[in-house]
Design a protein around this ligand. Structure first.
Ligand SMILES: C[S@@+](CC[C@H](N)C(=O)[O-])C[C@H]1O[C@@H](n2cnc3c(N)ncnc32)[C@H](O)[C@@H]1O
Length: 252
């Protein structure tokens, strides 16, 4: 593993979201994923069902997470604990989650159970798609991925990812993404719903490193509100694409 990050940090949940939840979080659809012209990176992957479910769409996903230094059943055990923590959090702070009448908690958590089971079977059958690695350093070549997703890490745990580490991690995610690809990061708030107060400074620092950033808003299917996703790509490509009106704004 590329970092001294422990395989599982007890302060972080190893969550197990299914593909449809990923699509909702990152403003994607199954059709859009199926059309991505190259491999997709999911970092951190957690115990998600994304590599297994995306394969059925013809989309090749590599998941990276320090937890993959452990055997899959141990990762799954952490994910089961994360499920219990999530159930407790939804009961204690319902205002932070979509209303239960729109997204019943039990049904939601059962979707995590299915994803966790998929992860356990799939990571045993296809271990090459689950890479033990820790941001801010990843063991992938420059431009290896057409699309990179990073959910519930960099801004969700500001006590673990301070400003310097956030910047280094974002730069690393862009490095491993193709110049005409995109990095999408969600959420832009922490576990208490507090928005990242350093986003403007971070985007400025990214700009200095020739990385273009935008906050894209996607509708949230559960309640019609919008979700803010940080989208990054190589600034030089963005500039060239803007000169070609047919490609402008379209990285994936
Ligand atoms: C809340 S989960 C998010 C998993 C998945 N992206 C999701 O949305 O469900 C946080 C994950 O970050 C992983 N993690 C912890 N430190 C990390 C690091 N330095 N680089 C990459 N992943 C890390 C943890 O092992 C855990 O699986």
């Amino acid at each position: 593993m590329a970092d001294d990050t422990p395989a599982v940090d007890p302060g972080l949940l190893v969550t197990s979201r299914p593909l449809d939840e990923y699509c909702g979080l990152f403003g994607l659809t199954r059709a859009r994923l199926a059309a991505v012209p190259g491999p997709v990176l999911d970092c951190p992957g957690g115990a998600a069902g994304l590599p297994a479910e995306a394969r059925a769409l013809g989309c090749h996903v590599i998941a990276a997470d320090p937890a993959y230094a452990l055997p899959p059943p141990e990762v799954a055990a952490h994910a089961l604990a994360a499920r219990a923590a999530m159930a407790a959090a939804m009961a204690a702070r319902p205002e932070l989650y979509p209303p239960a009448r729109l997204r019943p908690y039990d049904r939601y958590l059962r979707s995590w159970d299915r994803a966790r089971r998929l992860y356990t079977a799939d990571s045993a059958a296809h271990p090459e798609q689950y890479v033990a690695a820790a941001l801010p350093r990843l063991p992938f070549a420059d431009g290896a991925f057409a699309l990179t997703l990073s959910g519930y890490l960099l801004f969700a745990y500001p006590e673990r990812f301070g400003p310097r580490r956030q910047l280094d991690a974002l730069v690393e995610l862009v490095r491993v993404t193709a110049p005409d690809g995109e990095v999408r990061v969600y959420p832009l708030h922490d576990g208490h719903g507090r928005p990242c107060g350093r986003l403007d400074a971070l985007r400025y620092a990214l700009g200095e490193r020739r990385i273009a950033s935008e906050i894209r808003r996607f509708p949230r299917a559960e309640d019609g509100r919008t979700r803010r996703v940080l989208v990054l790509c190589a600034a030089d490509h963005r500039r060239r694409a803007a000169g070609n009106s047919q490609q402008a704004g379209g990285c994936i």
